[in-house]
Design a protein around this ligand. Structure first.
Ligand code: ADE
Length: 248
């Protein structure tokens, strides 16, 4: 019996990014690990130009805010039309990147990855300068996500941050050397920070690699790394030691 997942017709899950700057988004998705993952058929990307859904003569997609105030607001119509056009699964999660969203952390990356794999697609709308007409959010967005407490010029970088964090956690995307198992925020690191790492040469500008790392004693090395990771977490991010995050 043929397995659907093995059949040539089976498609990799698709991350669909709706943006006013498609070239910027494509360049990043084609590079490094996200690019390799697509080449290997582990994920697909669809980059959608919101402007191509403008219905007016000048392809205008934003306008001034009702009630006044500085900054342009992205109109609801091109955004809603774009989502409704590219969405294949009515249950797909539609994210808007915005500083007003829930905080993006490793645990949320894993949750969104599971969602992408279940629904077959994940739609990410890149937020815009001052904002986006709230009616677009009411109509098509079901999750608003922020990558941190600072304001960026647009939602493209946050969308790419989200895509990268998800894709690197797809099984088989990272090779052994790149393994995510002991990265910061993983279970191996107790939800805390990673330890320090060194490569050749053993001495550089008078600074020597810690002797234990040259000992060849794997159990002791792992113990040292765990201790160092815990020390860093306590010193730099005491908030992470209070309630370790549950990402795996
Ligand atoms: N758009 C602008 N700043 C942002 C942020 N910090 N997170 C998500 N989207 C944004």
């Amino acid at each position: 019996m043929s397995n659907v997942a093995d059949s040539p017709a089976a498609k990799a899950p698709c991350i669909k990014i709706l943006t006013l700057f498609p070239d910027m988004v494509r360049t990043v998705l084609e590079t490094s690990i996200p690019g390799r993952a697509q080449k290997h058929g582990q994920v697909r990307y669809q980059v959608v130009d919101i402007r191509s859904y403008a219905t007016n003569k000048h392809r205008k997609v934003d306008d001034t805010a009702y009630g006044g105030g500085a900054g342009m607001i992205l109109m609801a119509q091109p955004v809603v039309d774009a989502v409704e056009d590219v969405r294949e699964n009515d249950d797909a999660t539609v994210i808007l990147t915005t500083p007003q969203g829930e905080a993006f952390e490793e645990a949320l990356a894993l949750e969104l990855l599971a969602d992408l794999q279940l629904k077959g697609e994940l739609i990410v709308i890149c937020g815009h300068y001052k904002g986006i007409d709230e009616r677009a959010i009411d109509l098509v967005v079901n999750r608003e996500v922020s990558i941190g407490d600072y304001v960026l010029s647009g939602g493209e970088l946050p969308a790419l941050v989200i895509a990268d964090a998800l894709v690197r956690r797809i099984e088989g995307v990272l090779n052994n050397e790149e393994s995510a198992n002991n990265d910061s925020f993983t279970v191996t690191r107790g939800g805390g920070l990673d330890c320090q790492w060194y490569t050749k040469p053993p001495e550089y500008r008078g600074l020597a690699v810690p002797e234990i790392l040259l000992s060849g004693h794997h159990a002791n090395i792992e113990k040292w790394r765990t201790e160092q990771a815990q020390k860093r977490t306590t010193e730099r991010r005491p908030d992470l030691t209070a309630s370790p995050k549950k990402s795996s």
